[in-house]
Design a protein around this ligand. Structure first.
Ligand code: BTN
Length: 267
């Protein structure tokens, strides 16, 4: 229940054996008035959504597939922090339950030694909160943040993924990971509410962001650029220093590169 934000806690957790997409479900529930902090979790999704209009697939029972509804009072430029809060909370949870320290690949993937452990997809709900909720803490914009975290299956071939079981050497129950994530989300969610908290979230994101300092290629709708990722702006954009000058990226597919035999190859 959200209650006073000083005591923010997630609300009800709705569990599904099978669903098309927990994000799709939670966006619909947000439109229907579900409260801040409502969580959906599924054993399997038949139409899981990934970033950049991709699909997110995982065999039943092999991944944590969850979405949380956040109703926040944030300027549009700060909304990226909702996904950051969930990604950082998931990293906190991995440390607690599995003793591993994932880093963040821009914008929100969790990586372990360059292998993808989890992906995060934030969707802005296009309907404002009801008038009764506006102007009260948590009453503003509805954002659904979904996470797919590989528990025992490292993801499809060719993606270079990993799983919590592979990294920790033991299998951790899905609900143990979910509980730890939601516990870690509470302070991160509270941090969204004040300028100091938002600065701390951004600092934590910058510290964990393994993309910074990396040679990258970024696939944009009309071109692919290459360069060194130098900065994460206050609005969550990635600055890439290219041969023709700095470019500020708002969305795109980033590949971390390394030099091999005089060539640049994906990691
Ligand atoms: C990515 O492309 O890396 C983000 C993937 C996010 C997948 C999760 S799984 C739970 C939630 N429901 C969805 O349909 N997608 C997100």
């Amino acid at each position: 229940m959200s209650g006073p934000l000083g005591h923010w806690r997630h609300a009800e957790v709705r569990r599904f054996a099978e669903i098309d997409s927990t994000n799709r479900y939670m966006v619909a529930e947000a439109r229907a008035g579900a409260p801040d902090g409502t969580v959906a979790v599924a054993d399997h999704q038949s139409a899981g959504r990934g970033r950049l209009d991709r699909r997110w697939e995982a065999p039943a029972g092999t991944a944590l597939l969850a979405s949380v509804l956040l109703r926040v009072d944030l300027r549009p430029a700060d909304l990226f922090l909702c996904a950051a809060a969930v990604a950082l909370a998931a990293a906190d949870a991995c440390r607690k339950v599995a003793g591993i320290e994932p880093s963040v690949k821009w914008p929100n993937d969790l990586l372990v030694d360059g292998r993808k452990l989890a992906g995060v997809l934030a969707e802005l709900v296009d309907v404002a909160s009801p008038p009764s909720a506006r102007g009260v803490p948590g009453g503003g914009t509805a954002v659904v943040v979904g996470i797919g975290l590989n528990l025992t299956w490292p993801g499809p071939e060719g993606v270079g993924g990993t799983s919590l079981a592979d990294e920790a050497g033991v299998e951790v129950e899905r609900d143990v990971v979910l509980d730890a994530l939601l516990e870690a989300l509470a302070p991160r969610r509270r941090a969204l509410e004040d300028p100091g908290g938002r600065r701390r979230l951004l600092d934590d994101l910058r510290q964990r962001c393994v993309t910074l300092g990396q040679l990258v290629s970024v696939e944009l709708p009309a071109e692919t650029i290459e360069g060194t990722a130098t900065e994460l702006t206050d609005h969550g954009h990635l600055v890439v220093r290219t041969a023709t000058g700095p470019r500020e990226i708002t969305a795109g597919d980033v590949v971390h590169l390394r030099e091999s035999g005089g060539r640049r190859v994906g990691q």
